[in-house]
Design a protein around this ligand. Structure first.
Ligand SMILES: Cc1cc2nc3c(=O)[nH]c(=O)nc-3n(C[C@H](O)[C@H](O)[C@H](O)COP(=O)(O)OP(=O)(O)OC[C@H]3O[C@@H](n4cnc5c(N)ncnc54)[C@H](O)[C@@H]3O)c2cc1C
Length: 491
């Protein structure tokens, strides 16, 4: 089989790239997705939990596991389904701070300044159907959190979708349409499915990119238990921050040691493949939900017909913040059988500008790679999170929130320092990135500003792995923007 462009990974960015290229009408695009393709939102084939935006489903997970700061093995959820993580994520959409994107542009990545990206953000917002909840749609814990922030001097601002935003709190802009999680395949693939220019292969796993004479010429795919080669003129890898670097290494691109570890021929030396792995680490205060809160949640559910767990977001600044803010606080409620009321309140603090960097560890020819994030290695990360915890703890004592909270259920042990407690209990915000970053190969760069992989013709990358550093935002919309930006650069 022969097509013009193969997009590997029909996730958040892959849906954007495949959809945008197909809608030009001048080439044949094949999208290869390892998970199922359930079609349009009205196909009747979607599992209910993937459409239900009120909670985070884990039914279509790749099963990545790796070490936390104290060596605990923790899960790193990644969706294996068309739409990728946009099909199982929290639907909170924020843009980040202009200064982060402008820094990329100043470092030489042309076309990535905040001014350059604004039109892409506008397009992404429209396609992903991002809108703001009215206060009437917001459940009691989330409204109490907003009020507690205001009482603490954190102003209410509607600027989570503004690149010039500041410290503040608001209900999140969301890509939720009538309770449905509006994933990237709905926004970008459905409009071109019948165009004759897009073919989507679900349940098809790309094994490696075929590189001949320094040029990507095809992809080896496993589908229905059979392995075949699809030939093409160009490949765009959109498999996400863990799978993209692994696929590059299995294709012979990376450090000699990594490529040898997976038993491939070493074709291109690029030490940055799989390096610079980072994420937004999170530390969390946890409480039993009070009986009053549970009664109010029941009333909300009865009136509205659903109970969104997560709806509001605060941006705050630690003492070491390098910009207007560097922390998110984003509470939610969740069922917990061992709580006296059956519910708990979770108050995470996520660090948006982590200094710690890890890498993806290759595990041989057959086993998947292990993400080794090296969370909290930097003392600056730990002190910023400790600052955030202090603010979160004050919010929880406020009259607005205290009535909704029972016992705290995860305090430090006797004699345990905050540092030790954070290492023992931290989690993450599900935002891995940076493992095939844009930039100069001498500085760990894997691709240029248009996603072109150094040293290989006709091979590009477009997903969270190309970010040199995470924007200080929830990254789904910036990833959609990356898809828009890379697709626009393809002639
Ligand atoms: C539980 C959770 C909650 C989150 N909540 C939010 C939130 O509220 N707001 C927000 O902004 N961000 C959130 N995020 C993060 C955000 O969703 C991700 O950063 C973003 O979607 C990543 O997009 P991507 O295109 O890089 O990768 P993905 O969307 O993961 O896409 C990668 C795709 O490639 C496919 N693939 C991988 N390997 C292969 C292969 N070999 N062959 C074929 N296909 C392959 C995968 O199956 C997947 O579909 C959340 C993430 C998670 C996991």
């Amino acid at each position: 089989m022969n097509v013009d462009v193969i997009v590997i990974g029909g996730g958040t960015a892959g849906s954007v790239v495949a959809g945008r290229l197909a809608e030009r009408g001048d080439r044949r695009v094949l999208l290869i997705e390892a998970g199922p393709d359930y079609g349009s939102p009205t196909s009747g084939r979607w599992p209910a939990e993937l459409l239900d935006a009120s909670t985070l489903p884990t039914t279509h997970d790749w099963g990545y596991r790796g070490p936390a700061a104290d060596g605990r093995v923790i899960p790193f959820e990644r969706a294996r389904v068309l739409g990728g993580c946009s099909t199982h994520n929290g639907c909170a959409q924020s843009w980040g701070w202009s200064g982060d994107y402008d820094r990329w542009a100043v470092s030489g990545l042309s076309g990535w300044s905040a001014a350059d990206l604004r039109p892409h953000f506008a397009a992404a917002r429209e396609r992903m159907r991002v809108r703001r909840y009215s206060d009437e749609e917001v459940q009691p814990l989330q409204l109490a959190f907003v009020a507690a922030c205001e009482a603490e001097g954190i102003p209410r601002r509607a600027d989570l979708d503004d690149l010039d935003g500041a410290v503040g709190v608001d209900v999140s802009p969301v890509n939720v349409v009538d309770g449905v999680r509006w994933n990237a395949s709905f926004g970008y693939l459905d409009p071109v499915r019948l165009s004759g220019h897009l073919e989507v292969w679900g349940n098809a796993v790309a094994q490696r990119v075929v590189i001949e004479g320094g040029r990507a010429t095809g992809v080896i795919v496993e589908r229905f238990g059979e392995t075949s080669i699809v030939w093409c003129s160009e490949v765009v890898v959109c498999a996400g921050a863990y799978a993209t670097p692994e696929l590059l290494v299995r294709s012979g691109i990376g450090s000699a040691d990594d490529v040898a570890a997976v038993g491939a021929d070493h074709l291109v030396e690029l030490a940055g493949v799989g390096a610079n792995l980072h994420d937004h680490p999170a530390v969390t205060l946890e409480f039993d939900a009070s009986a009053l809160l549970v009664a109010e949640l029941d009333a909300f559910r009865a009136e509205h017909g659903w109970l969104p767990e997560e709806q509001a977001l605060a941006k705050i600044a630690s003492a070491t913040a390098s910009g207007p803010y560097d922390l998110h606080v984003y509470p939610w409620v969740e069922p917990r059988p061992d709580s006296p009321t059956g519910w708990s309140v979770v108050m995470p603090v996520g660090l948006l500008t982590p200094r710690s960097r890890g890498r993806l560890v290759m595990n041989g020819t057959a086993a998947p790679a292990t993400p080794d994030h090296r969370y909290l290695e930097s003392s600056v990360d730990r002190s910023a999170l400790a600052d955030g915890l202090e603010v979160a703890a004050r919010l929880c004592l406020s009259s607005e929130l205290a009535l909704f909270l029972g016992e705290r259920t995860n305090s430090p042990a006797d004699g345990e320092s905050i540092d030790q407690w954070m290492r023992r209990t931290h989690s993450h915000y599900w935002h891995p990135a940076g493992t095939a970053k844009m930039g100069d190969p001498g500085e760990g760069g894997v691709c240029d500003e248009d996603g072109r992989v150094h040293g290989v013709e006709a091979l590009r990358i477009a997903d969270a792995s190309i970010f040199p550093e995470l924007p200080r935002s929830t990254p789904a919309l910036p990833v959609v923007v990356a898809g828009e930006r890379i697709a626009a650069s393809i002639p």
